[in-house]
Design a protein. Sequence first.
Length: 298
Amino acid sequence: MIGITSIDVNTISTAEMHRILLTAVAPRPIALASTINTGNNINLSPFSFFNVFSTNPPILIFSPARRVRDNTIKHTLENVKQVKEVVINCVNHSIVEQMSLSSTEYDKGVNEFVKSGLTPIASIKVKPPRVKESPISFECEIDNIIELGKEGGAGNLIIARVVLVHIDNTYLTKGVLDTLKLDLVARMGGNWYTRVTEQSLFEIQKPIKTKGIGVDILPKHIYETNILTGNDIGRLGNAEKVPSKEEISSFKQKLELKEISRNFSHQSKIEALHKISKKYLHENNVGDALKTLFVQDV
């Protein structure tokens, strides 16, 4: 179906909005949160409304939302209001099924560690236990709880300040956390999850500190074909400087470019140059890709 669907959020149900948000805002990291109440009842539950928000102080925030169907709140929220501490355990593929099982809405007082088969280990600075099988666990004190509403679907931001970090050495390489070894999982919409594997990873160089030239400085003919993608153009715009006239002149002497200059029509010439530029990009040769586009007789 061609076109755009625009939706006024006031015209759809909370459940429909929930489905859209959870499918569109993804992948989301998972906080497997262990909490305890004043009666020493332990709860373990996963939340994908979760992320890191500050390094100094180290702040993690997750949100146990009110249930959409009946506007009830979760045991995790009840617990942190009583005992303002939490352990946020990271989830990798080796425990994803047990993590999912811990999301079951067991009755109050039921210990999800027992139900899921995950192993509790005593924490050092906080009362809730951490998960032995988790690659990384963050002991946290609760700085604040912000209620975003009173209706079903409303979030409750639990602002957790990290006071101690536990890292399984299995996931370190030369003392540094290894993304490939971690094998983390993330939440998508519906029943879907995603897994961080070597095949799913790719690297993008951060914008250079000296500031890239920007896409607006590239020749306008880059938009005259569909050969160069938005990603290609963005990479070219991260170049540090425009090639000089001398560099372009020298580069034009390459046989391939000379043949294009003599024998191609204007449109064919542009298409050929874009293909050559793209080839250089695939070879990680951004400099020659840029020079190709700046050939002056296009």
